[in-house]
Write a protein that binds this ligand. Sequence first.
Ligand code: ATP
Length: 260
Amino acid sequence: MSKTRETGGIDALSLEGVGKRYGDVQVLDGVSLRVPMGEFHALIGPNGAGKSSLFNVISGLTPPSTGRVRLHGRDVTGLPAHRMARLGLSRSFQVANVFGRMSVFDNLRCAAMRRGGLGYQWWCALDRGRGVAQRANQIMAQLDLARRAELPAGELSYAEQRALELGMVLATDARVVLLDEPTAGMSRAETARMMELIRGTCQGRTVLIVEHDMRVVFGLSDRISVMVQGRLVATGDPEHIRADPAIRQAYLGGIVQEPE
Ligand SMILES: Nc1ncnc2c1ncn2[C@@H]1O[C@H](COP(=O)(O)OP(=O)(O)OP(=O)(O)O)[C@@H](O)[C@H]1O
């Protein structure tokens, strides 16, 4: 039975004819996609295909030129990122996006404050009333960062910074999580560790991930969509995508390493 059916027919995320134009350049063109609650969905495609642009539209960083975006059935087209965060959608970026001078713990506290949709001026009140510190501690334990709690985030290793960034996404308690190349620039061992962290911490959430490493894509995904020149050209389960000769020839051999 599909996840949409299991969850009463409401998709966590649905896109209908999403387009984005910058001047004369059509970056996204008629993108339609339904992601059921709890699905782990990967978005793959060559450089410049429009994957990050799609993330920007979904997360409210930039409005689409055409089409609709729905979150748990609610039309959220064009809502800014902070409103999307309050509605339970959070994202990471291609490059580690942490506050380098703030401690690991404070980075997580800051992120956890967004959870309640309250401003930073409520830091103290939230700290007491909503267990923000508790949440930060919990996430540090999950990500094995507890011994780094007081270290400025800028002094963490690259892989640890990416883990912290994942933690900042999770600290908001988002039910829909967008991860933009979470293993980019990592060694094989770091990638394997990151996969473990993602698998462990994102369980039960709906995840849309952009990733070039096919070990990660095929290791984690329920379904995969392939994007080329701003359009989705295929969506299916990993076996379907892996078996499609056109996709294999065009993308899986070229842009990525094959899963083992
Ligand atoms: N603000 C912008 N103004 C003009 N063109 C843009 C803008 N943002 C993105 N583009 C163009 O949109 C196209 C898609 O870029 P995007 O970064 O979304 O691709 P991508 O699939 O994420 O690529 P990569 O895998 O390399 O990150 C590119 O041709 C890019 O130059």
